[in-house]
Design a protein. Sequence first.
Length: 291
Amino acid sequence: MAVLPPLEVVATERVTPRMQRVVLGGSGSPALRALEPPPPAAHVRLLFAEPGAPVVLPVPGPHGLTWPVGVARPYARSMTVRALDRVHGTMTLDIALHGDSAAGRWATAARPGDPAGVVGPGGGWTPPADAREILLAGDETALPAIAALLEALPRHAPVHAVVETHDGADEQDLARPVQWIHRAAGGTLLAALRDRPVAASTAVWVAGEGHAVKAVREHLRLHRGLARSHCHAIRYWTRGRSHEDCDATFGAARAEAARRGITLVTTQDVHEMSYELMTGGFPIPAGPPAP
């Protein structure tokens, strides 16, 4: 992914009690105008620092990104691109405020003129061509991606969305109807999906807290017989683990896969091996379950 020129905050907005919107642009706007529109649910690596500190950017090289010697690195967090406005040269990020996270503290305190950096965008999701319907599911951290997908997916495609939030105050007006599940009332994403019919032709995109995503994926793969190609599950965060812990598991996942003689080809492969290390793992069937 590319390292964009220095950006700055140009606007902020509290969308809901637990979602802060940050709009980036400023002197880096020409680079944003020149970006190719990313696919829905694409992500960037957001670089930010403590208030008053500069944001030092890495330098791309043949072996990845390198950082200048002798300077403090900024925080780096993966964020979904909520919107890219190429006309005005701005990028909008919606940042979930859950727990005492560095990104949440920065987003809450961000003011116009504050420096920021962006590496990317990359990733995104396109449902398989043979999918007859689409199911999107996740918690607040997945809500920006779900919102972007609801806007971008073809209007003729049957799309269903299930979103778990703390309570009704966290709901948003989105492009299509959503089934909202509230933790404060005892609701869970897994319970909601257990109650929904999921055909083999359904393409599922699910993201959020690691243990919840693991349980949902296990249910869809083992109990519903959903093919791996039709179940895109991504851990955005893991309860009880720091961001640094979660990041470290991706390197550990690659090392463990090499030790076992397993080839990790896609990002999904890396996430699946990471699940095993973070949450104990679960068996992945080769095909539909036996009758």
